[in-house]
Design a protein around this ligand. Structure first.
Ligand code: PMP
Ligand code: GLN
Length: 395
């Protein structure tokens, strides 16, 4: 949790957003939408405040939201968690992850993630005193893909937990059923538990054939429901990232362990947001809004990818999330972190170096040294402005 100079370190997202503000740059770093979610959902939260939903909600979350989450899992994936014992509401996916890792592992245990990985995973594994091991995703003409041999080699008899993430931040990979089957087979063989971070579950994008990628939860694979905790949240799906309402679903014994830790992290959160999110998860109108968001993201992805290519980057288009990874090596920049510090001066755009999502010195760190992550969950005019600015880089 300390930087190379031994001082407390801000997250890369906070650092890069501050840089964007200080330099007046277009902020394509931290992933948050510049347009809020459905007004009807915002109104429901405001109504909940006025109706008096302002004191501590129940520890596991309000029954209405746990029921809505259970119905959501059944409607989309055929999973049937018991809302009373197998669903826990958390302060965003972030707390769900922290409570899960703290509940399930400790010193001597290994936690295996894909690499690159969302930065919070490394931090909570360190807080738990466990060891973080990784298996690389590799850039291919088909997007970033799992290396099955490297994954198999990364498992040891100490691998207690696999933290999976699909759709994947930062690569935008949506893991295929075949890739998930490899993870499942290895988790079963090594008797490891799986935590899967699915916050971008609804933000899958159109492929070359026009059809959107299909998100498959690993809990739906044979034998996996009994050893998997599935995490999601309202932040990305509803474009209310500041509300911090998340949830974890899975077998009762595991959810109970997570709840036991969670009660001493935040106890509860988001009293007026919980009924609003519950209603949103049940609303057909909101479901149509989310589909429209995903469709617009496909278009915005294409806009940014085209702009990045025109500026001279090599781009691997994502199948999900609202991030794209771009290699700056063809532009003569070997170090993405250095480039990200320079980008505001060079062209007035902020991105996030992929090295923020890798372990120093790892194979993935080496392979992705010159790569930068950009978000495209911005208005069209903001993206167009960013593309114009990026064009200055090559010239
Ligand atoms: N997991 C991933 C992969 C993310 O990108 C994020 C960032 N939103 C989170 C978890 C955190 O989600 P929340 O805001 O719900 O805590
Ligand atoms: N998940 C967001 C991202 O990857 C940022 C969340 C945060 O600032 N911690 O950009």
């Amino acid at each position: 949790l300390l930087g190379a100079d031994g001082r407390p370190r801000a997250t890369i997202f906070a650092e890069m957003s501050a840089l964007a503000t200080a330099t007046g740059s277009v902020n394509l770093g931290q992933g948050f939408p510049d347009v809020d979610g459905p007004p009807s959902v915002a109104r429901a939260a405001a109504d909940a405040i006025l109706a008096g939903h302002n004191q501590y909600p129940p520890g596991p979350g309000i029954p209405e939201l746990r029921q809505a989450v259970a119905e959501h899992q059944e409607r989309h994936y055929g999973l049937t968690p018991d809302p009373d014992t197998e669903v826990l509401v958390t302060a965003g996916a972030t707390e769900a992850l922290a409570a899960t890792v703290l509940a399930l592992v400790g010193p001597g245990d290994e936690v295996l993630t894909l690499e690159p990985f969302y930065d919070a995973y490394a931090a909570v594994v360190a807080l738990a005193g466990a060891t973080h091991t990784t298996a690389p995703l590799r850039a291919t003409p088909d997007g970033f893909r799992l290396d099955a041999d490297a994954l198999a080699a990364a498992f040891t008899d100490r691998t207690r937990l696999v933290v999976l993430n699909t759709p994947h931040n930062p690569t935008g990979a949506v893991l295929t059923p075949d890739e998930l089957a490899v993870v499942a087979r290895l988790a079963l063989a090594h008797d490891a538990l799986v935590v899967t971070d699915e916050v971008y579950e609804h933000l899958t994008l159109a492929g070359p054939d026009g059809a959107r990628a299909r998100h498959v939860p690993i809990a739906t694979l044979p034998g996996m429901a009994a050893r998997t905790l599935t995490i999601s949240s309202a932040g990305k799906t509803l474009s209310f990232t500041g509300w911090k309402v998340g949830w974890v679903t899975g077998p009762e014994a595991l959810v109970t362990a997570v709840r036991t830790v969670k009660q001493f992290l935040t106890y509860v959160n988001g009293a007026p947001f919980q009924p609003a999110v519950a209603a949103a998860l049940r609303s057909d109108e909101v479901a149509r809004w989310v589909t429209a968001l995903a469709d617009s993201l496909s278009r915005r992805r294409d806009l940014l990818c085209e702009g990045l290519r025109a500026a001279g980057f090599t781009v691997v288009p994502p199948q999900g999330t609202y991030f794209v990874l771009a290699d700056a090596a063809p532009l003569g920049h070997a170090d993405g972190a250095e480039l990200c510090r320079e980008l505001p001066r060079l062209c007035g755009v902020v991105g996030v170096p992929v090295s923020a999502f890798t372990q120093p010195g790892s194979a993935a760190d080496d392979a992705l040294r010159s790569w930068v992550r950009f978000t495209f969950v911005k208005r069209d005019d903001v993206l167009a402005d960013a593309v114009t600015r990026l064009a200055r880089l090559g010239g």
